[in-house]
Design a protein. Structure first.
Lengths: 486, 487
């Protein structure tokens, strides 16, 4: 295998997976084997690409040339390789979990659900490896369209308006804000390629840089920066497997990856010229983090609470990327990985709980850790990571974020990140503690046989993944360094 | 036929583009039975399409094809040949689809309807190849009146179609009067009605000439459904039936826009007329984008939605023409192809499924998967979704607009796309994510083969969005030839 073949593999496997899952919807065993098998294959390709990038290999695929001087192209670079490896690795765990949940909850149209989960993974992979703004935009639109059926999956009167709000927010912001920014960039630079050091370097004045930054960041609604975050709470009524895909593995991480790519490969040093807009957006992100964490505290449904918690965490990515420092970019990249690990674990644990006990209210979680120890151990670890408690992944990301904020003279930004962490502790800490420490409920299980291994093992393994940054932080800094050192 | 005869026939291609549909119309009337007349009409349309496509191919590849000197006032230029090939190609596709709906207005009327359809093709082809403004005006009238008659025929099935036909007749009559008045004023001011001499004509009365060209443009704008002079469109296309949707909504609108493109290219090159033409087209284009988008969002039936979406797209075409640059005309041609393919896919898909109300689209995917694909591709293109022909056209418009400093042009494109997300999202949700309404589950498709032309357009929409190199080369060549000829 070479890097180009692996790139083809990681991009095409989820699409093929979706087609085969639909084609072999019955028997369910075959469907699930295909779903899990292709997820593992995609993860294998992604990890191979990490190794290839570390060795300095390059690969580029051009699918079409739809515009003059602009290709629909995908290329391997450190950020894309790292993000894809993390997300597809988690997606293979989620594939196992989703197979368990659709059986336990007897979800309607399970093949369609699994197929669109696979397509969202194709979308985020394409975003991560996009070689230019146009390819990014195409992949972004495709991801929005692929995620829409997940949010609309239940097809009831509640799901349809939510799905419309989801699609409208994502597409409207990308067309109304991101597209003009892309056109403007093309008009200025005559190219849309992502390149370390930034495509805009030496080509823009201060006003243009500031306006472009605002258009790009707000146009990336997937990053959930207020007021473009509406899609995330709107999606919280989707089935749990869909929630994991939307909030942990595909849509929300795609926003983070997008902001990082824009900051590193479009702006680069020009971020300093866009300091007014960057500061304004950092304020928005910082205040948004605190408010989202506060709103999460008020939510009694676990899906809504986790949705707002994810908004708060995602804004940390935006804050890091906008700090215009290598440390900030590194913090943001770590935060994307940490958020994906923690959010996937929490949502899978909540999905397991809902499938086995039928409970989704946070007040009903008391004592469940005593009857579902593995699941709630994972839940507790992931909560700790979301809060930013060492030695879990979130801690290193937040440490770098606070260091970068302080390093760029924005002490108040570091303070806002710290306040948001405390509020995250308030809405997740007691919940996890109460689940583990309170008296076990006598009527916990809806299903007499409890949680199957398909439902418990992925939670535990993804929780274990949150420890990975303990040993990987330094190698990752070296791995990602080409992002900020052209 | 030997090589010499073939070359002789090819040299007369512009003449054949106009006469073959007319001869076909006469033969159709003689044929008598519905089925036989449809076969004759299909053969005539296919021959016309082949002849014009061959001619356009040779011309746009700079092969300098021989053109016979004729006493008939025809003139060949880039946009004219591109447009004639597009109109006759669309007609050939549409006439295949029409086979499924021939008996909607009674089998005895079928030959008359087919003859009228071929007259529409001949009319728009004639307008695109006419040498002077009088020829353009006469040809447009032939096509328009044939269109009115097509809508009227549907009155036998739905009386509301007569309202549409009456509106077409009334507004079209006013538009024709304006066009003829404009032609007269230009003739008076410039002393010549030939298009090729317009850019270099000594215009003695610039004010009169400007008023004349404005009248001509507004007259054509009525027929191109440009807002705010589009009052006939919803009534005629919304209730005029499948045949009217395909021939007036898709081919008629595209034909009118192509004629506007051609005339504008000659007019903007005239120093006395250029600024006025650009301003008129820009206002019409801006209004069409905004009004068409808003009305599409509020539409309750698929034919109306398709009509308004096409008006919005037509607005983008007008803005591209208004730019007055070769890049602008090339962008207009790409957008016109996108509009034609999308309109045929949407109107054709709707006709095959007998769709009127949007509620009838619920679960349409399960009833008619191919027609659903066609409607979806058309919708995506009208939305300006990436990797479709619609996106390519809008991108070219933006490039051309930014190139001359018209920063508001991208804004209009974004308005059209945002509205597209709204109405397109609604259509796609209904087609794929709703349970089929039991009332419509039993309705069979009229004739499965009728979906083929829509499907071809859908494939074209995606394929040319992915690999547009040839299309871009031809559109650049067509625009370059015209602007070169004009200047």
């Amino acid at each position: 295998m070479n890097a180009e073949l692996a790139l083809w593999g990681v991009l095409s496997a989820p699409v093929l997976q979706a087609a085969l899952v639909i084609a072999f919807a019955r028997p369910p065993g075959l469907r699930d084997v295909i779903h899990i098998g292709f997820s593992l294959f995609a993860a294998g390709c992604a990890f191979y690409l990490v190794g290839a990038v570390a060795k300095g290999e390059e690969a580029r695929i051009v699918l079409a040339g739809p515009l003059p001087n602009v290709d629909l192209a995908f290329s391997v670079e450190p950020l894309g390789a790292l993000m894809t490896a993390a997300l597809t690795g988690l997606a293979s765990l989620h594939a196992v979990h989703a197979a368990g949940v659709v059986r336990a909850k007897q979800e309607k149209a399970p093949a369609r659900l699994l197929a669109f989960i696979a397509l969202t993974m194709a979308g985020v992979t394409a975003i991560a490896f996009s070689a230019n703004l146009f390819s990014f935009f195409v992949a972004y639109q495709a991801l929005s369209l692929a995620a829409f059926p997940l949010v609309a999956h239940r097809g009831d009167e509640e799901a349809r308006p939510a799905a419309r709000a989801f699609l409208w927010t994502l597409l409207a912001s990308s067309i109304g804000l991101f597209l003009p920014a892309m056109i403007w960039t093309y008009a200025i630079a005559g190219a849309l390629d992502f390149q370390p050091g930034g495509v805009l370097v030496g080509r823009v004045d201060v006003v243009t840089a500031n306006v472009l930054l605002v258009l790009y960041v707000l146009g990336l609604a997937m990053a959930a920066i207020p007021p473009m975050h509406r899609w995330l709470p709107a999606s919280s009524n989707a089935p749990f497997p869909a929630l994991v895909a939307v909030q942990a593995l595909a849509v929300l991480p795609a926003g983070g990856i997008g902001v990082l790519k824009i900051a590193a490969y479009v702006f680069g040093p020009v971020m300093r010229e866009a300091s007014i807009a960057a500061t304004g957006l950092i304020v928005l992100a910082g205040v948004g983090m605190c408010v989202a964490a506060l709103i999460a505290l008020s939510k009694r449904d676990i899906r809504e609470r986790l949705a707002y918690s994810c908004v708060a965490q995602s804004l940390a990515v935006v804050m890091g990327a906008l700090l215009a420092l290598p440390a900030g970019l590194f913090a943001a990249a770590l935060q994307v990985v940490a958020l994906a690990c923690a959010a996937a674990t929490l949502l899978m644990a909540a999905g397991t709980t809902a499938a086995i006990t039928g409970r989704t209210g946070t007040v009903d979680y008391a004592g469940l850790g005593r009857v579902m120890p593995w699941t709630f151990a994972g839940f507790a670890v992931a909560s700790a990571s979301m809060i930013g408690m060492p030695p879990f992944a979130g801690a290193w990301a937040k440490l770098w974020l606070i260091t970068a904020a302080a390093g760029s003279g924005l002490i108040w930004a570091a303070a806002l990140a710290a306040v948001a962490a405390m509020l995250t502790f308030a809405h997740l800490g007691p919940l996890a503690a109460n689940a583990l420490a309170a008296r076990a409920p006598t009527d916990a299980f809806k299903r007499p046989d409890g949680a199957s291994i398909l439902l418990a093992a992925p939670v535990v393994l993804s929780a274990a993944a949150t420890l990975s940054l303990l040993v990987l932080a330094d190698p990752l800094a070296a791995f990602l360094s080409p992002m900020w050192t052209p | 036929m030997n090589g010499v005869d073939l070359e002789l026939a090819r040299a007369h291609a512009p003449l054949f583009a106009v006469t073959i549909p007319l001869v076909g119309a006469a033969l159709v009337l003689i044929a008598g039975s519905a089925r036989l007349s449809w076969v004759v009409a299909t053969v005539a349309a296919l021959i016309a399409a082949t002849v014009t496509a061959d001619f356009a191919y040779r011309l746009l590849n700079h092969a300098r094809p021989a053109v016979a000197e004729l006493s008939i006032p025809l003139q060949v230029d880039g946009v004219g040949s591109f447009g004639a090939a597009l109109v006759t190609g669309l007609s050939a596709l549409a006439i295949v689809a029409v086979g499924a709906f021939l008996k909607d207005a009674g089998s005895r009327a079928a030959p008359f309807r087919l003859a009228l359809l071929l007259c529409i093709t001949a009319g728009w082809s004639g307008a695109l190849l006419a040498r002077d403004l009088a020829g353009v005006a006469v040809s447009v009238e032939v096509a328009w009146l044939a269109g009115v008659a097509v809508v009227t025929f549907h009155g036998a099935r739905d009386r509301a179609a007569l309202n549409g036909a009456l509106r077409m007749l009334t507004l079209g009559g006013v538009a024709s009067a304006l066009t003829l008045l404009g032609v007269g004023l230009i003739g008076r001011a410039a002393g010549d009605l030939r298009l090729a001499t317009l850019p270099i004509a000594h215009i003695s009365m610039p004010g009169v000439a400007s008023a004349g060209i404005a009248f001509v443009i507004v007259g054509l704008a009525v027929k191109a459904t440009a807002a705010p002079v589009h009052a006939w469109a919803a009534a005629a296309l919304g209730r005029g039936g499948a045949v009217a949707g395909l021939w007036v909504g898709a081919i008629g609108v595209v034909g009118a826009l192509l004629v506007m493109t051609r005339l504008s290219a000659y007019a903007v090159a005239a120093p006395e007329l250029g600024a006025g033409v650009s301003a008129t087209l820009a206002v019409l284009g801006g209004a069409s984008v905004v009004i068409g988008s808003v009305q599409a969002v509020g539409a309750r039936t698929l034919p109306r939605l398709a009509t308004y979406a096409c008006i919005s797209q037509a607005g983008c075409v007008l803005v591209a023409i208004a730019l007055g640059s070769p890049a602008g005309f090339a962008a207009a041609l790409v957008q016109l192809l996108a509009l034609a393919a999308a309109a045929l896919a949407m109107f054709g898909g709707a006709a095959v499924g007998r769709i009127r109300d949007l509620a009838m689209l619920d679960g349409f995917w399960q009833r008619a998967p191919l027609a659903s694909v066609a409607i979806t591709a058309g919708t995506l293109s009208l939305m300006g979704a990436p990797m479709t022909l619609g996106f390519l056209g809008r991108w070219r418009l933006i490039e051309a607009g930014v190139g001359v400093g018209w920063w508001w042009a991208p804004l209009l494109v974004i308005i059209a796309s945002l509205a597209g997300v709204f109405y397109g999202g609604r259509l796609i949700e209904r087609i794929y994510f709703r349970r089929a309404n039991r009332t419509f589950e039993g309705e069979a498709s009229p004739w499965r083969f009728a979906v083929a032309p829509s499907l071809i357009c859908a494939i074209l929409t995606i394929a040319l969005g992915l690999a547009p190199a040839v299309l871009l080369r031809w559109s650049d060549a067509a625009a370059g030839m015209l602007t070169g000829a004009a200047t």
